[in-house]
Design a protein. Structure first.
Length: 331
């Protein structure tokens, strides 16, 4: 059988609050097919689990015999225990409390099953098959509604003592800053994730209303209607206020990442997530700013690059967990 089609396939599953994405992923990180189905997150644990198995069953029904599948890897919102595969108490999945997801999936499908959070898994996919391939030590961040991170040392995810390591989005860069959802002040998530970008843009437009502003027109002349996505579109169209918002975001992220560099000195920093596309034109500038703030005299050698996997990061990430576990991954 062809290596790129059926030989060495793993199933990657991305579980979210409202949807599940599942796909076949080859040993070289190619997503050969995938589906999206609804997630039942507000019922009981059995309903939530049934939604996951329904997604996997639908994927298998597309035509890959079970004997060609070597494992299942699942991205789930945390907190969770990656060693035991138990989902603890995720706010976005109230159906699961101390739910043994890996054990139950393995019982049903008679396959090895690995579970981890989305940023860890996506970072591993980038390390194995994406923008980090060929590097030993990687720092991955996904910037969207929140900011998640994954740390890979010598090709292995770093989980810490209990599996709770890698919460880089909740590193504070301003102890007097805005209150984050985690309860701390000045976390980079509270300052530079999508909602923070939206709030900064709304405040600037309210203070300097310009009827010729592209951002103002995109929002239908309503500050409250401004979204993070509109900021990116307005910047791409040449709006100066949108550019100002994004440059402030770059400055905040650069402070944060300079701390990461001085602490971890990774080979590469990979930026993914929904906000990454609008930040991509600024990554070169971000790299310069980071190196200028670091104690490390060779910080300029650490590239800041976009992730390979976009909306498919969860499927690829889930597969990476199982591919690595079973020795199937090849860069």
């Amino acid at each position: 059988m062809s290596d790129s089609n059926n030989d060495g396939l793993v199933i990657g599953v991305d579980v979210g609050g409202t949807k599940i994405a599942a796909g076949f992923v080859s040993r070289t990180g190619q997503i050969t097919s995938q589906i999206r189905t609804p997630m039942s997150s507000h019922g009981d644990s059995a309903a939530g689990f049934a939604a996951v198995t329904a997604a996997v069953d639908a994927l298998l029904a597309q035509g890959s015999p079970n004997e060609n599948v070597h494992g299942i890897g699942i991205c789930s919102p945390g907190p969770l225990d990656p060693k035991s595969g138990v989902v603890l108490n995720p706010p976005n999945l109230p159906c699961w409390r101390n739910f043994p997801l890996a054990h139950e999936m393995s019982r049903i499908y008679q396959l090895p099953v690995k579970v981890d959070n989305d940023a860890n898994a996506a970072g591993l996919a980038e390390a194995l098959w994406g923008a980090g391939a060929g590097h030993r030590n990687i720092f991955y961040t996904t910037i969207g509604t929140g900011i998640g991170t994954g740390v890979i040392f010598d090709g292995e995810l770093y989980h810490g003592r209990t599996g709770a390591a890698g919460e880089g989005g909740h590193m504070s860069i301003d102890y007097r800053g805005p209150l984050c959802g985690c309860g701390k002040r000045g976390c980079i998530e509270s300052l530079a994730a999508g909602p923070a970008i939206r709030k900064r843009a709304q405040a600037k437009v309210a203070k300097h209303t310009d009827p010729d502003s592209i951002l103002w027109r995109l929002a239908g002349a309503s500050c409250e209607a401004i979204t993070c996505e509109m900021v990116g579109r307005a910047d791409a169209a040449g709006d100066s206020l949108a550019r100002e918002v994004l440059l402030e975001t770059v400055a905040l992220l650069s402070v944060w990442l300079s701390n990461i560099v001085d602490l971890l000195e990774p080979d590469v920093i990979i930026v993914g997530g929904g906000v990454a596309s609008m930040l991509q034109p600024f990554l070169g500038e971000m790299q310069k700013e980071i190196s200028g703030m670091c104690v490390n005299p060779r910080a300029h050698e650490i590239a800041v690059v976009p992730a390979r996997y976009g909306v498919d990061a969860g499927v690829a990430g889930g597969a990476a967990l199982c591919a690595q576990e079973n020795g199937k991954a090849k860069s």
